[in-house]
Write a protein that binds this ligand. Sequence first.
Ligand code: TRP
Length: 344
Amino acid sequence: MAFQERVFSGVQPTGNLHLGNYLGAIKRFVELQDRYDCLYCVVDLHAITVWQDPAELPRATREVTAAFIACGIDPTKHIIFNQSQVAEHAELAWVFNCVARLGWLNRMTQFKEKAGKDRENASVGLYAYPTLMAADILIYRATHVPVGEDQKQHLELSRDIAQKFNNDFRHAIREHGYGDGFFPLPEPLITGEATRVMSLRDGTRKMSKSEPSDYSRINLTDDADAIAQKIRKAKTDPEPLPSEEAGLKLRPEADNLVGIYAALADTTRAGVLGQFGNAQFSTFKSALVDLSVAKLGPIGAEMKRLLRDPVGIDSILAEGSARAQKLAGETMKAVKDIVGFVRS
Ligand code: TRP
């Protein structure tokens, strides 16, 4: 069965957005809007799987929303909304909790990492996180999902859930006129340079909001001075840049900075080395500062401008949520019929 092509993705409102969120996710969200109908969601239900201060969560939600818009997503052509305003996400997640198997969730590496040693004390929500993510995507019967490498396993689980639902309920699905399968098997879209941006202090660790040193990351709201300082202080090694990509292999910091340049300039690592091969880091870093300030400066400024009007942001979320809810409600009705829930 052919499904209408549709893109869904989500970003958690859990603190400052940084270059990793931009290059790994939001920048690609922007690129997809010319080719697909897109829904981009601030996943606040996912955020509370670990403790979020209720006094901070609204600001974080508005910041992600502002970033979506400042980076160039058009909320009139596509849908920007926050997850908790569309109750069908949680509703479908419950059905999926009854489709997914314990054994599947037990294999999820992100849960193991996030729960750490004290697994007994992790929230049930953190464990069930992937079934909610599957519901996010499938409540819109989305076919394509731009995500970073670290979310690939969750996307595979979404496919497994869709497939098991289609199979377990195949008779009801057919009876209700939905043919061979009700849910599409959503595909990850993982492309481009620097989908994984690493810490500026340690090229073997992901850039992260939770690393204590602010010098490890470039926040989307950093001003030009902060961006310049962080890049100048970024860890490197003593050698000049290689002229071939293979020369980056055992040099994680060099690889990261070249990858960031390539992603910001919409080129490849090889392309960057064509220009900067054999250059000293001081030269390359100056160029990277200029490029970063040129690309990120306007985004940060626009985010700050938008955030000065929280009421305006909230109305964009309200409108997006209402549009999303219409689509989600249709799917949920069909799911209820398929599962056998009596409804009026
Ligand atoms: N788990 C994703 C992340 O942390 C966020 C997310 C939630 C998501 N629901 C989603 C991404 C649905 C893609 C599709 O990055």
